[in-house]
Ligand binder design. Structure first.
Ligand code: NAP
Length: 282
């Protein structure tokens, strides 16, 4: 955040509903301060995304992070959408170029980056979920030529996503028979109030399996805890969150921020006395 806010300070924001516990202001204000950029990042909770886009133009908000539930519904109100966001079918980042709103999606690269390219090609990858996060993750895995398998509570949605990415749909009841190289939880299971729930059977996890969770509240989900006990390699959800935020910051400013500082900004806020513990992961 800018040390002194003036009439020329640029405004950036996250739009979501609910949005009160978003971590985006923490990481982006940290990066603005680190790079001495005269800008401030706030959180807004609109009901109507079309009106919110009008406000972005009217108030010359320079960049916007989009979160649940607007990643798809915002798309008709943008002037331009890049090819990757169109292919994923969701926008999580907007740049305001002189009143022209351009949409991007940084979730997909952020999901794949922590896994390292060589870890994915030819490996069997189980993605659990078929919502917005699962779409972005599956797009990234498909692009890296992973052998993709998708499971989801609602079979219709799961089958539809699997068809989109040439993947095998595996009903939840049969997932315990799989022994994938990589398991990615892209559901909200593991987050409060279901902290003790596992999105996939523990039998799927064997020593050396790479297990990633998109949930980052709590940071150590039940899935990651079981995975560690089984000597799997783990990637927590904050890693993906910081990676998608860093890619947003780069789109807005052209600067790649220090991701470790962004991560520490979130962790420091969590451990500060007086800060309410998050129960939502947005
Ligand atoms: P979404 O579009 O609402 O999708 C939710 C997914 O979770 C669906 O697949 C849904 O299955 C499944 N699900 C929900 N409750 C379930 C339950 N009780 N049992 C089994 N499956 C259940 O949400 P989203 O945008 O994909 O977000 C999912 C999670 O990812 C959230 O926790 C979000 O905060 C997190 N996320 C993290 C990052 C990051 O950077 N780390 C980025 C994006 C999202 P059905 O289809 O059957 O409903």
């Amino acid at each position: 955040m800018s040390t002194s806010i003036t009439a020329s300070t640029d405004l950036f924001c996250v739009l979501g509903n609910p949005v009160a516990h978003s971590k985006s202001p923490l990481v982006h204000n940290q990066a603005f301060a680190d790079h001495h950029i005269d800008a401030v990042f706030l959180a807004f909770e609109p009901f109507d995304i079309q009106q919110a886009m009008d406000a972005v133009r009217e108030f010359d908000i320079r960049g916007v992070s989009i979160t649940i539930p607007f990643k798809q519904t915002v798309m008709p109100f943008l002037d331009q959408i890049d090819d990757q966001a169109l292919a994923i079918g969701a926008v999580n980042t907007i740049v305001n170029r002189n009143g022209k709103l351009c949409g991007y999606n940084t979730d997909s690269r952020a999901a794949v980056a922590p896994l390292n390219n060589s870890d994915i090609s030819g490996k069997s990858v189980l993605v659990i979920g078929a919502g917005g996060a699962a779409r972005a993750v599956s797009f990234g895995i498909y692009g890296q030529k992973g052998d993709l398998k998708i499971t989801n509570r609602s079979q219709d949605k799961g089958r539809e996503l699997a068809a989109r990415y040439d993947a095998e749909f595996v009903p939840m009841a049969q997932v315990g028979q799989l022994r994938p190289d990589i398991v990615i939880n892209a559901t909200s299971v593991g987050m409060a109030p279901r902290e003790n729930a596992l999105s996939c059977p523990a039998e799927c996890l064997t020593p050396g399996t790479l297990v990633m969770d998109v949930v980052y509240t709590p940071l150590e989900t039940k899935l990651l805890s079981v995975a560690r006990q089984k000597r799997c390699r783990v990637v927590d959800g904050l890693t993906m969150f910081v990676a998608q935020a860093a890619a947003q910051f780069e789109i807005w400013t052209g600067i790649h921020p220090d991701m470790e500082k962004m991560r520490q900004a979130v962790l420091a806020h969590r451990s500060s006395p007086g800060n309410v513990t998050n129960t939502r992961n947005r």
